[in-house]
Unconditional design. Structure first.
Length: 96
């Protein structure tokens, strides 16, 4: 069994949630822990914990990393603003 630590920016789109689901179901992987990074890492940790709960894998440690890259500022999408606490606020957007 291969021991792994997963680092993810889960929450912006479905790819990381899908990849985590695949890893959780893989009998060949022993997931030692999961770290979250980028734009509100604590919120991303809550998403990971919710997915772990759904898979009944709550024994896996989850740790929040940094919200922002060390070298460059993160891209701010047109549908998000940055709150006073530095965390992104996602608003509804329309293609117009």
């Amino acid at each position: 069994m291969k021991k792994v630590i997963i680092d993810t920016d889960i929450g912006d789109d479905v790819d990381d949630a899908f990849a985590l689901a695949q890893a959780l179901k893989a009998p060949s992987l022993d997931i030692l822990g999961i770290t979250t990074v980028f734009k509100n890492a604590k919120m991303r940790s809550r998403i990971v914990k919710a997915e772990l709960s759904a898979f009944k894998k709550i024994n896996i440690d989850v740790v929040s990393g940094l919200d922002n890259p060390l070298v460059v500022s993160p891209y701010v999408f047109k549908y998000e603003t940055i709150g006073e606490d530095g965390k992104p606020i996602i608003t509804a957007f329309h293609n117009s």
